[in-house]
Design a protein around this ligand. Structure first.
Ligand code: G1P
Length: 257
């Protein structure tokens, strides 16, 4: 099925990237020649999306929005409409995604976390769309994680074997740690949601860290039997930490030479 809208949460203040993010929002940290959020918008455009809704914060959100609007559309994004929505309070990733509900309406949508960048030529969104059974299930991009990452990522509960890269899921747990992890398959920042997720987020109470967690809504989709995983073949680049940013700069910069 074709998905025409993407939600890109960009309200995070990037505490793992201080002092760079004291003034500059995390979404505008540059990787090679463009801010990290632009990679996500371009990735969504490659998968056929025509509209990107960026969820920004009150303090610095206007800077993120201006990146896409000043001097007209960016050359790589001429067919993409970029629309900001403000998350007034930092109540968690689930809350941020829900701020886009009135703009998404009754459509399935991609959700991309821009501190994860896909390597050139290794897009996953189209495969995720193929796995959605024409919009009847939500599809999560997954990677197998090593122990140390089981406390840094959401981890899913599989309910079937992997078949051609896809598997059924019964739920998900936010950052469970190695001891309590239900599997090694982690949520790596690419999601395809049916609009059902918004009514679930409306009812989701604060979870880990006192925040409204997207992973808790994903868990509810699993409990309802409408959740699938797609296991990506390679890692995404995590630009949310200084070491990851260096790795991504080398990987993406190699394309320029
Ligand atoms: C968020 C999500 C987590 C997911 C991760 C991917 O965590 O809450 O479930 O695995 O993104 O990067 P954060 O990176 O905001 O701590």
């Amino acid at each position: 099925m074709s998905i025409d809208v993407a939600v890109i949460p960009a309200a995070g203040r990037g505490t793992r990237m201080r002092p760079a993010t004291r003034v500059v929002p995390k979404a505008l940290i540059t990787v090679v020649d463009r801010p990290q959020i632009q990679y996500s918008v371009e990735e969504a455009a490659r998968a056929g999306a025509k509209e990107a809704i960026i969820v920004v914060d009150l303090d610095a959100g206007h800077l993120v929005a201006q990146h896409f609007s000043l001097e007209g559309p960016l050359p790589t994004l001429e067919d993409m409409v970029v629309r900001p929505v403000v998350q007034e309070e930092a109540l968690g990733l689930g809350h941020a995604v829900n701020e886009a509900a009135h703009m998404v309406g009754d459509r399935s949508f991609f959700c991309l976390l821009s501190d994860n960048i896909v390597r050139p030529g290794e897009d996953v969104l189209s495969e995720m769309a193929v796995g959605s059974d024409d919009g009847s299930v939500s599809v999560m991009c997954l990677r197998e994680l090593t122990d140390e990452f089981l406390s840094k990522y959401g981890v899913v509960v599989p309910s079937s074997d992997v078949n051609d890269g896809y598997l059924d899921l019964a739920g998900a747990v936010e950052k469970p740690g190695a001891k309590d992890a239900p599997s090694r398959l982690g949520l790596v920042g690419r999601y395809l949601f049916t609009p059902e997720v918004f009514s679930i987020l409306d009812k989701t109470v604060p979870g880990v860290g006192g925040e409204i967690q997207l992973t808790d809504a994903i868990n509810a989709l699993g409990a309802a039997g409408r959740l699938r995983g797609y296991v990506a073949e390679t890692d995404l680049l995590d630009v949310g930490t200084p070491a990851g940013l260096v790795e991504a700069t080398v990987a993406l910069g190699a394309d320029l030479s």
